[in-house]
Ligand binder design. Structure first.
Ligand SMILES: Nc1ncnc2c1ncn2[C@@H]1O[C@H](COP(=O)(O)OP(=O)(O)O)[C@@H](O)[C@H]1O
Ligand SMILES: [Mg+2]
Length: 280
């Protein structure tokens, strides 16, 4: 499904929680736009996965969530899944399908993309090749390494050609080569198809390198939202991660982050709270 670039994902006063506990409390953000990759970053337990699962329709939410004219909170599971694809952070360990079979069944499960058998097989082959895992096509998922399984899971998400691609820590188990490969593939399909991508990343430098927008979530609240150079500052990193960090531009202008120490506690502006970096 190719969506026009002007299609946006709106969330307004969105609340998500578990039982009586609210994790995301009335969150509103400027719309996510087609053709853009947004990084969702923030400390552990900030609510990133909870938010992504709500956007994917896998967890109930209150408030407003619209994709173009579609009210996502009122769509049934299949209709929601046809538009929004979610790659989970925790991948199933014991799946005896091959990489090819799993990717093909993800494609077949998508009501929006039902090519004939030959075209479907070709599309699966192309997707696996683009991710550099063509050679793993006939390996069983339960015999892959964590990083290989992550790539196979990503193949299942992107092969469905969603309008919105939600990736929860897609690079956490990947080496530098595959981190680049994955982010490059995501960038290519996001640009070519006008897809809206929201990607949870812990690697701030990777987020700055590949994402046009960074949303920093802490304790269910948005602490910063903007282009990397605006969102990633020593002040926001101190507030969110309690670290003393330098933010500098590399020789190509990309934002680089160097962590020099940890703020013991208290307000980051207190210079006395900074543990100085160890001299080596
Ligand atoms: N199934 C669950 N039941 C109850 N609380 C949960 C559940 N999953 C996550 N939480 C809680 O919600 C908060 C946010 O978790 P999560 O969204 O997974 O954070 P993140 O992805 O940013 O690390 C945490 O405090 C976590 O303990
Ligand atoms: Mg998470």
């Amino acid at each position: 499904m190719t969506i026009p670039p002007e299609t946006t994902l709106h969330l307004d006063a969105l609340s998500v929680g578990y039982g009586a506990r609210t994790v995301i409390d009335s969150l509103s953000l400027p719309p996510f736009r087609g053709g853009e990759i947004t990084a969702l970053i923030g400390p552990n337990a900030a609510g990133k996965t909870t938010l992504l699962r709500a956007l994917a329709g896998l967890h109930p939410a209150r408030g407003a969530l619209r994709l173009g004219d579609a009210d996502l909170l009122r769509l049934d599971g299949a209709a929601h899944a046809a538009r929004v694809s979610y790659m989970p952070q925790a991948l199933p360990q014991r799946v005896a399908l091959t990489v090819f079979e799993a990717t093909l069944s993800a494609l077949r499960a998508s009501p929006s993309a039902r090519p004939d058998a030959r075209a479907a097989q070709a599309l699966v082959g192309e997707t696996l090749d683009a991710l550099g895992i063509g050679a793993l096509a006939f390996r069983s998922l339960d015999q892959l390494s964590g990083g290989q399984r992550q790539l196979a899971s990503l193949a299942q998400s992107v092969v469905r050609r969603p309008s919105v691609l939600l990736l929860d820590e897609p690079t956490s188990a990947l080496d530098l080569n595959y981190q680049f490969r994955v982010m490059h593939l995501v960038q290519s399909i996001v640009r070519a198809r006008g897809i809206i991508a929201v990607v949870v990343l812990h690697d701030v430098a990777l987020a700055c390198r590949w994402c046009q927008r960074i949303v920093i979530l802490s304790d269910g609240q948005v602490v910063a939202d903007g282009p990397p150079a605006e969102a990633i500052t020593p002040d926001t990193l101190a507030r969110v991660y309690s670290v003393h960090a330098r933010v500098e531009a590399c020789s190509r202008g990309a934002v680089q982050v160097m962590v020099d120490g940890i703020l013991a506690d208290g307000p980051p502006s207190c210079s006395g709270d900074v543990m100085p970096p160890r001299s080596s």
